[in-house]
Design a binder for this molecule. Sequence first.
Ligand code: MG
Length: 158
Amino acid sequence: MIRAGLGYDIHRLKRKRRFLLAGVEIPSRRGELGHSDGDVLAHAVCDAILGACALADIGELFPPSDTSWKDADSMQLLDMAFSIVKKAGWKVVNIDCVIICETPKVLPYRDVIRNSLAKALEVPVENVFLKGKTAEGLGPVGRGKAVEVLAQCLLERP
Ligand code: MG
């Protein structure tokens, strides 16, 4: 059986915060604000894999009202979500993501980020891709106030 999943997330960008994508820190004047470390890509990928097997969503698993997730390492959250997915018999086929922000530029870090996601999801790096886009100056993302991510995945259960 094969299932597709879609994940989306948006975080505000603030000074004195780290800009993290799948656990990779990118030098930036502003970083993601969040109850956890704010890693917008890790969150979108969590929702993509959980959604594909119709199990839960990230807000249910790790509610912001729960203080145990304060400043949490989002790659650990992804690890926990992936464990649930694996326990249900699923494996990841591939992941494709779009990161939308005005700055910083994502391209120089693309392969490091791909490797980080590939390792976390136990797939060859060839099966993970991501693109950086800008919002052409439009809306809060275009004004540099936020970063948005779309993540799509394919899962299979042999
Ligand atoms: Mg989030």
